[in-house]
Design a protein around this ligand. Structure first.
Ligand code: G3P
Length: 216
């Protein structure tokens, strides 16, 4: 399973990229808005220059024609751009055309295995089940990830599953066990995955003991 960073924060992306553990980035309008108003194209191109992998950017149109127009524009900015398109009739129609044009797409706001299956059938490059938001309403979000992986494997569908809306450090483990191709995680979760109090205590103790060796 690969890890993408789910953020539009340039400093966080730079840091995670330096660690060598991320191979892509996903953004959405909320994450972009969190970083303040600015030049979207410049920000996206900066992300592309930092991470040499898939960079998801959301199309905001609600109709198929608008989605296709936006997707063509966004994907012309850089070869690694993946256009996020929400599940809807318009979204499926747009993706079915865009996949024929080799434009990479990420079916977003996916909340059921049926939606994921339809995304794969119209040729989406990725589908993104939103695990945390399903958990929020008392459903098993990761079950959608597991079902989508099973269905795609069963029929050799090339669409990859991105476990999204992950909120805590147990989520990436569960996503990996469910067979997700990718887990996209917030920067805070990446930091939580790295840190462990026993590691900190162990490092401090080794450093202290080493000082004693040097003094001898
Ligand atoms: O990857 C989708 C993600 O950004 C949504 O997360 O926490 O807003 O449900 P959340």
């Amino acid at each position: 399973m690969r890890i993408f960073l789910d953020t539009a924060n340039i400093e966080h992306i730079r840091h995670a990229a330096r660690l060598g553990v991320i191979s892509g980035v996903t953004t959405n309008p909320t994450l972009v808005a969190r970083e303040g108003a600015g030049d979207l194209k410049a920000a996206v191109l900066e992300i592309c220059s930092i991470v040499p992998g898939p960079i998801s950017v959301e199309a905001l149109s609600l109709d198929a024609e608008g989605m296709k127009r936006e997707a063509r524009e966004l994907s012309s900015w850089h070869e690694n751009i993946v256009v996020k398109i929400p599940v809807s009739e318009a979204g499926l129609e747009a993706i079915s055309v865009l996949s024929g044009e080799n434009i990479k797409t990420n079916l977003t706001l996916c909340f059921s295995a049926n939606q994921a299956l339809l995304g794969a059938l119209v040729g989406a490059t990725y589908v993104s089940p939103f695990v945390g938001r399903l958990d929020d309403i008392g459903h098993q979000g990761m079950a959608v990830v597991a079902d989508a992986v099973e269905l795609f494997d069963h029929y050799n569908l090339p669409t990859q599953v991105i476990a999204a809306s992950l909120r805590h450090p147990l989520h990436p483990i569960a996503a990996a066990k469910a067979g997700a191709h990718i887990a996209t995680i917030p920067y805070s979760v990446l930091m939580q995955m790295i840190r462990h109090p026993l590691t900190d205590i162990g490092i401090a103790r080794f450093a202290e003991d080493w000082k004693k060796v040097i003094k001898q």
